[in-house]
Design a protein around this ligand. Structure first.
Ligand code: PLP
Length: 452
């Protein structure tokens, strides 16, 4: 007989204290005030936005979110890998606030400011690739992806784009076409832009000849449409929304070779995995490869909208003057936030801490692999996931039920994967060891309870 483990009750701290720094549940989740606000939301906001946990947040304390009912929620989401330095980082707040007082906007295409240049310099110096680079700043991840395609097409004068199974690149018209999963991202939104073709990948848990087979598949698709018609090949170094899929060793290096061989621009979409998330500044460093263009967003601006395309100078400068831009591209407040993020990553211990997160997650979750229904624990650094699958196939029901349970107990987790059968963990990189541990204990108990 299996015993359903109890989820430890949250410590009841002094309800009036803002200093308390552990999970604290004063009400059920969502609490009464969140429920009132949710009713308002339903009256005024489109239902087309999904919601993981209908709880309204008042403020953040590093890896804790404090809701409007005074509950302290352990944050394993970081706003989808955005607040890697914490959602209330004082250095980010200070630089951004000072900029808000100087000026909020000029439009970099009208008059300039040096923080824009400083962000570009840092990215040129720190993205993988031992070649001269230039950077273009934008506001959202999807915008960075779209602009990488514009640049690649302009530089190569070729139309086609190669993307991969399980890919996620955004919600705009072109990036939707590049994204693999139908529901919710593409459903009813077609027709899509043409010239986007999809190739297979080799996940780390595929067979030993997985990379060779997948690379043959890539070559076959290129051959079918003519390799000389492809401007760009776009891939995430670890696939995020698609299920935290780590590629088998050699697969990305193989793509690098194929791209070089056919003169195709290799675009590495580091929007979710980059900026320290996996314990190195960029996830492609683990594979020893460099994209011709590397994309960053999400954690780059610590929550202020900022994205970047950083690439070979000759590619980035191939576009005609005036061809790239955007009203808010490289907003000065967001640039100040990014400069704070760079300082924090360079001076602090966040990268080492991300490696410690991986060790703690593996120690806690790998023993669950003996349970029927748990099929994989994977990821790198503070980008970890647990997958649910049994002989009958993917078990999205188990992942969703376990995540829901953890959420209800004050540990905010997200699911992902084409079959929603993966729980992903994206805590702030600097999450305290005891907070991480408490969150993992709740998650483990939640998983055990849905499996028993
Ligand atoms: C989130 C994400 C995007 C899109 O970013 P937005 O800012 O939501 O437009 C693109 N690529 C990857 C890998 C992402 O995770």
């Amino acid at each position: 007989m299996t015993v359903t483990p109890e989820i430890a009750p949250s410590p009841v701290n002094d309800p009036g204290s803002v200093e308390a720094t552990a999970r604290r549940l004063l009400t059920e989740l969502p609490g009464p005030r969140s429920r009132e606000l949710e009713a308002e939301r339903r009256r005024h906001v489109t239902d087309a936005f999904g919601i993981t946990q209908p709880v309204f947040i008042d403020r953040a304390l590093n890896a804790l979110l404090v809701d409007v009912d005074g509950n302290h929620i352990i944050d394993f989401a970081s706003g989808i890998a955005v607040t890697s330095v914490g959602a209330a980082n004082p250095r980010v707040a200070k630089r951004a606030a000072a900029q808000l007082e100087r000026f909020t906007h000029t439009c970099f295409m009208v008059t300039e400011y040096s923080s824009f240049v400083d962000v570009c310099r840092w990215l040129n110096e720190n993205t993988p690739g031992d070649f001269e680079k230039r950077t273009a700043l934008f506001s959202t991840g999807a915008e960075a992806v779209e602009n990488a395609i514009k640049i690649a097409r302009s530089a190569t004068r070729r139309p086609n784009v190669l993307v991969f199974d399980e890919a996620y690149h955004g919600r705009t018209q072109l990036t939707m076409a590049m994204t693999a999963k139908e529901n919710p991202y593409r459903l009813n939104f077609g027709p899509f832009p043409e010239s986007v073709f999809r190739a297979p990948t080799a996940p780390a848990h595929s067979s030993p000849n997985g990379p060779a087979v997948a690379l043959q598949g890539v070559e076959a698709i290129l051959a079918e449409h003519g390799p000389e018609t492809f401007a760009a090949m776009v891939i995430e170094p670890i696939q995020g929304e698609g299920g935290f899929i780590v590629h088998a060793p050699g697969f990305l290096a193989g793509l690098r070779e194929i791209a070089t061989c056919h003169g195709i621009v290799l675009v590495i979409d580091e929007i979710q995995a980059g900026m320290g998330r996996t314990g190195t500044l960029f996830a492609s460093e683990h594979e020893g490869i460099a994209g011709d263009i590397t994309l960053t967003a999400k954690a780059l601006g610590a929550g202020l909208p900022l994205s970047a395309a950083t690439g070979r100078a000759e590619l980035m400068n191939a576009v005609h003057t005036g061809g790239l831009g955007g009203t808010y591209a490289g907003n000065p407040v967001a640039c100040e936030a990014a400069l704070a993020v760079f300082e924090i990553l360079e001076e602090g211990t966040l990268l080492e801490n991300a490696v410690r997160v991986e060790a703690a997650v593996r120690a806690r979750l790998e023993p669950l692999l003996t349970l029927e229904g748990v099929s994989d624990v994977r990821g790198r650094g503070a980008m970890m996931a647990i997958e649910f699958r049994d002989n009958a196939g993917p078990r999205g029901d188990l992942a969703v039920a376990a995540a829901k349970k953890a959420n209800a107990h004050g540990v905010l987790t997200l699911t992902c994967g084409t079959n929603s059968n993966v729980i992903r963990l994206l805590p702030p990189l600097g999450i305290e060891a005891d907070v991480l541990d408490e969150g993992l204990a709740v998650l483990e108990a939640s998983i055990r309870s849905v499996l028993s």
